[in-house]
Design a protein around this ligand. Structure first.
Ligand code: DGL
Length: 269
């Protein structure tokens, strides 16, 4: 039996991340494409990805991609800077669906900024991979890119403790360290970090920060369009959420970016 174009176009777009971070990308894509169907997997049993080895990250990513493959999807969005930086190149050729990595996509746009000094806040694994520096240098070798690891930020977001005074202090200190490099712009190079924008904006102009999810979502829209993969439905699409641990905690921490109606399904591999 052959599958028609219409059947392929009706398949969902799948997202994954270690937790709620990837919702910052889904939030933008859903606004641009409300009629698409969406799947989202938060690998909350393994969060934080930024502290994991390449071997572990490959195994987690493959399990999730195989899960999406079984469910059926037309594209998978790696809404995670860490897996985009560390595993994308190793696994991208293995799947039949489109796989969109955030770092490689955003780097093309960031490289065009008319600035010399670009700061990037990211997880330890992303910083160690050198992916931001490498990808931006492909398009703009003159731009100085300096990355900084923020060890506590993912935990703060997942635990939904953004407003605790001690956590505001942690964010302030990390920002002060970054400011020593005199960045003209700072990329929030982990999809969890846009959750902290309101805290960061207490200490610096909000215009200083770039959330790559915006240009990433724009790219996905134009690429799906170019490849004839948009669904032509008039009604609002469905969305299904999956987590590998703590569905209640996930739903609660998500609130700032996404109103999840039903409790996410718990999945273990
Ligand atoms: N949100 C992910 C990223 O963009 C992973 C963060 C983590 O779990 O360490 O890097």
């Amino acid at each position: 039996m052959t599958i028609s174009n219409k059947q392929i176009n009706d398949l969902p777009i799948a997202f994954f991340d270690s937790g709620v971070g990837g919702l910052t990308v889904l939030h933008h894509l859903k606004k641009m494409l409300p009629n698409e169907n969406y799947l989202y997997f938060g690998d909350t049993v393994h969060v934080p990805y930024g502290e994991k080895s390449k071997r572990q990250l490959i195994s987690y990513s493959e399990n999730i991609l195989n899960f999406f493959n079984k469910l059926g999807c037309k594209a998978v969005v790696m809404a995670c800077n860490t897996t985009s930086s560390v595993v994308y190149e190793d696994i991208s050729a293995k799947y039949n669906f489109k796989l969109y990595p955030i770092v490689q996509t955003a780097a093309k746009v960031l490289a065009q900024l008319n600035i010399t000094n670009l700061g990037v806040f990211a997880t330890k694994a992303t910083v160690m991979s050198g992916a931001y520096e490498r990808e931006i240098a492909k398009y703009n070798p003159k731009m100085k890119v300096f990355t900084q690891h923020c060890p506590e930020w993912v935990k703060i977001v997942e635990n939904n403790t953004l407003n605790l005074p001690e956590n505001i202090e942690i964010v302030k200190n990390d920002l002060e360290l970054m400011m020593k490099n005199k960045p003209e712009k700072i990329v929030l190079g982990c999809t969890h970090y846009p959750f902290l924008k309101s805290v960061l904006s207490k200490f610096a102009s909000v215009d200083l920060f770039i959330d790559p999810a915006v240009c990433f979502a724009q790219f996905i829209v134009s690429d799906l369009k170019e490849n004839g993969l948009l669904n032509g439905n008039d009604s609002v699409g469905y969305e299904k959420f999956f987590v590998s641990a703590n569905p209640e905690k996930f739903k609660d921490a998500a609130k700032l970016f996404y109103d999840i109606k039903e409790l996410p399904h718990l999945v273990t591999f």
